[in-house]
Design a protein around this ligand. Sequence first.
Ligand SMILES: Cc1cc2nc3c(=O)[nH]c(=O)nc-3n(C[C@H](O)[C@H](O)[C@H](O)COP(=O)(O)O)c2cc1C
Length: 149
Amino acid sequence: MPMVLVVYFSKTGNTKKLVEGFAKGVSRAGVDVVVKSVDEAKIEDLPKADAIVFASPSYFRLPAWPLKKFIDDSVEVYGRLNGKIGGALCTAASELGAVKCIQTLKEVLEEHGIVFIGEGVWAIETPDVKALEKAAKYGEEIAKKLKEK
Ligand SMILES: Cc1cc2nc3c(=O)[nH]c(=O)nc-3n(C[C@H](O)[C@H](O)[C@H](O)COP(=O)(O)O)c2cc1C
C-alpha cells in the first residue's frame, strides 16, 4: 500500500491541527499516512515515502526554521525523491503570509523533483471546520493520485 509522509513543525498547535485534518482525508481514502514532527522525522524517511507533505506556520512569510533545517538536511537524499508526489500545508496570521509559505514549500518540493499536487491548503491561525475539511479533501486528492500511479 502506498504511504504518505507528513513532516511538520507547529509551535502553538495550529499547523498540527491542520495536519490532523489532512491525515483524516488520506486515511478515509484508504491510503496509509505517517505523521512526524520535525523532531521525530529522519531524512531517511523521505525516500521510503510515496508522497511527502511539508507543513509549517508562516514565520516572516517563510516556513519556520526547524522545518527549513530539515529541508536543508534533506540534501542528503537529493536525487532520490524524483517523481514522488508532494503537497504543503501552512497556517499564518494573514493570507499573504500563508500563501508565501505554501509557495516556498512548493518550490522546495519541486527542487527535489517532486510533483506538487494542487495548490496546497492553508488556514488563518486555528483551522476552523471548513479549513479542516479542505485539508481532508486535499488528503483525499493526494491519496487518489497515489492510487492512480
Ligand atoms: C516568529 C513568528 C513570525 C510570524 N510571521 C508571520 C508572517 O510573516 N505572516 C503571517 O501571516 N503570520 C506570521 N506569524 C503567525 C503564525 O504563522 C501563526 O500564528 C501560525 O498559525 C502559528 O502556527 P503554529 O500554531 O502551528 O505554531 C508569525 C508568528 C511567529 C511566532
